[in-house]
Ligand binder design. Structure first.
Ligand code: 0RA
Length: 635
């Protein structure tokens, strides 16, 4: 698709200009941010539109391509965006959809069309934030084409051939004037497409990266049941997944659940294919029905006789569940607009889950008893942990003002200015102490490998590890039910490990520990990973550091591959002298920190299970890769 700019086509509607300008002026209002997340939102917006066609029953194939020239293609075999002239606007419907804010919904006949939040903002937003966008529609035996720049048409809608196919193809180039980065991350896109393929069984979603040759085809006839199998990989499960789907008065609910021998709760919830990270009424309805049915069967089977009921927390220990609902006019609330607010959904989900689960337990008493037995164990363990915690709390009242001896604290007391470096090994710890700015940088050296938290999750055991106790005391927040974020002593907690396999392992253990027991620290963006350089290069008087193999190659190329070059590969932090460590890794003016975020709680959870679970092969594969949930932050 190429077109020359000679026949420049100017839009004459003020409304169109306003729409485009508003989006370009305040992109954050429409796509959340202009960083990595916002950039990927553009692709997801296009794919969501194609998924609407899938849900309406007219489309079963979506193709996404990351092109070498930085463009992204999203193609589907749906009906094609209508091209007929809109009587009032006197313009093709296609052009209105691509240039008018919130025009998308009016042209869609999907009752589950998303509105509100960051979803369903429409093609016009993607268009406005693209330096160039080309659309091809196949409809009524013809191929139509139009090109845009920064949201404005630069060609009229033209017929450019005939076809027996139908569908929509959009190629866009994100505008570098808007986005901090225009480089797409294959894994981020693959994760969302995989999720969409699980949620819409039968659709084929293909992803190809022309830059790396990577590709995936996602197609899951088994839908949510296959999604569950994917999540349960590496976990020891108690039974086959329990699945049901119901539809009443335009509300659709689909649930799959499975218990495993672990201690974690993972409930993934969706509304009209949107991942509701903050849950909402569908999740509340599910939880309350589950707790009710479990308690009722526990008593009627004579397994539970105490006055106190089994709590929701106990009931969900070791539970993985996926709840997918379809809701007309969903209301999204909460900080990230991913919490469902519709109250009718709670009643509906609660009723249906209660009925279905009752039938399941009645027909499968052996499984029911196995599950309830595990829940009762969870109850007992929680009681024991409570007692242990009270003991620790009483003890720590005496110790609470005493910081661990290994901690080299900083002098500044304002947590927002303070940084804690958790450093692998005593020798690196020593260098870090010399390299730091002692006013606001504290150093905590760790010896050996810390506890593998996945395998010993109950608080009682975790609290008995010396290394863990040291970390908890340094953070100042307390743990478990005592956790208090406002007591956090450092607003940057920086994990600094060697750039080798052992370092990767320790980093993973620490991240797992934070993920499991200090999740608010990750969610709040307090946890970072330091990036020490991999190489030191010198040519004559010029000295450079390289943080990756590619960067080393780039520097050598820049220098024209000279003979008189000195290259040192750093195997550990200990090989750098304090000045080098400060300059490359610790000085806020020069260092690179990666902020640890849970962009995708789903993927993070699964990765942690793979990492720490029983599957040695997958764990090794992962450790050799870079942590995917880590995103670039301040340079
Ligand atoms: C409005 C109406 C119709 C289809 C679409 C929109 C549509 C939009 C997109 C966006 C990406 N792919 C799409 N495919 C279809 C249906 C019009 C009709 O009745 O044929």
């Amino acid at each position: 698709m190429t077109v020359t700019k000679k026949d420049k086509y100017t839009a004459d509607s003020i409304q169109i200009l306003e729409g485009t300008e508003a989006v370009r002026k305040r992109p954050g209002m429409y796509i959340g941010d202009v960083g990595v997340r916002g950039l990927h939102h553009l692709v997801f917006e296009l794919v969501d539109n194609s998924i609407d066609e899938v849900m309406a029953g007219y489309c079963d194939y979506i193709y996404v391509e990351l092109r070498k020239d930085g463009g992204v293609v999203v193609l589907d075999n749906g009906r094609g965006i209508p091209v007929d002239i809109h009587p009032q606007a006197k313009k093709p419907a296609l052009e209105i959809v691509l240039t008018t804010l919130h025009a998308g919904g009016k042209f869609s006949n999907s009752i589950y069309k998303i509105s509100g939040g960051l979803h369903g903002v429409g093609l016009s937003v993607v268009n406005a934030l693209s330096k160039r966008l080309e659309v091809e529609v196949m409809r009524d035996g013809k191929v139509y084409y139009q090109a845009y720049e920064k949201g404005k048409p630069i060609t009229p809608l033209t017929e450019k051939g005939s076809t027996d196919k139908t569908g929509t193809k959009i190629l866009f180039y994100p505008d570098p004037d808007i986005f901090e980065t225009t480089k797409f991350d294959y894994e981020i896109i693959a994760n969302r497409l995989r999720e969409l393929a699980f949620l819409n069984p039968g659709v084929t979603i293909e992803l190809k990266d022309e830059n790396t040759g990577k590709s995936n085809v996602f197609k899951y006839e088994g839908g949510l049941i296959q999604f569950m199998e994917y999540l349960s990989k590496g976990k020891e499960v108690l039974h086959d997944p329990f699945y049901f789907k119901r539809e009443e008065e335009n509300l659709v609910i689909e649930v799959v659940l499975q218990y495993n021998t672990g201690y974690d709760e993972l409930i993934l919830s969706y509304v009209n294919n949107i991942h509701t990270i903050e849950g909402g009424t569908h999740v509340t309805g599910f939880r309350s029905a589950l707790t009710k049915v479990v308690n009722s069967f526990a008593r009627s089977w004579g397994l539970w006789k105490e006055a106190e009921s089994l709590s929701g927390e106990d009931v969900r220990e070791g539970l993985t569940a996926i709840i997918s609902t379809k809701v007309p006019n969903p209301q999204f609330e909460g900080q990230t607009k991913t919490k469902l607010g519709n109250s009718e959904v709670k009643k509906f989900v609660e009723k249906v889950v209660e009925e279905e689960l009752t039938e399941y337990f009645t027909k499968n008493p052996d499984i029911g008893k196995l599950i309830i037995g595990k829940i009762i164990e969870a109850y007992r363990a929680r009681q024991a942990a409570r007692k242990a915690r009270e003991l620790v709390r009483r003890k720590s009242l005496l110790e609470s003002t005493l910081l661990p001896g290994k901690l080299a604290d900083c002098s500044e007391k304002d947590p927002s200015k303070c940084e804690l470096f958790i450093v692998e090994g005593e020798s690196a710890g020593g260098s870090a102490k010399q390299a730091r700015d002692r006013r606001y940088q504290a150093i905590l050296p760790l010896r050996g490998k810390i506890l593998n938290v996945e395998k010993a999750q109950h608080l009682t055991k975790i609290l008995s590890s010396e290394e863990i106790k040291t970390i908890i005391a340094s953070l100042g927040t307390g743990i478990g039910q005592d956790f208090d974020l406002s007591k956090l002593r450092y607003h940057k907690i920086i994990i600094m490990t060697d750039a080798d396999v052992d370092g990767a392992h320790i980093r993973t253990l620490l991240l797992t520990f934070f993920y499991r027991h200090f999740r608010p620290l990750i969610e709040g963006g307090y946890v970072y990973i330091a990036q020490p350089p991999l190489y030191f290069l010198r040519k004559g008087k010029e000295e450079r550091y390289a943080y990756s193999e590619e960067e080393k190659e780039e520097i050598l190329k820049e220098w024209g591959y000279p003979d008189n070059v000195y290259i040192q590969r750093y195997k550990g932090l200990g090989e750098m002298d304090p000045d080098q460590l400060r300059e490359t890794t610790m000085d806020p003016q020069k260092r690179i920190l990666l902020q640890v975020t849970i962009e995708d709680a789903l993927e993070a959870e699964r990765l942690f299970s793979i990492l720490m679970g029983n599957n040695v092969e997958e764990r090794r594969n992962f450790i050799e890769q870079k942590a995917k949930f880590v995103r670039n932050l301040d340079i």
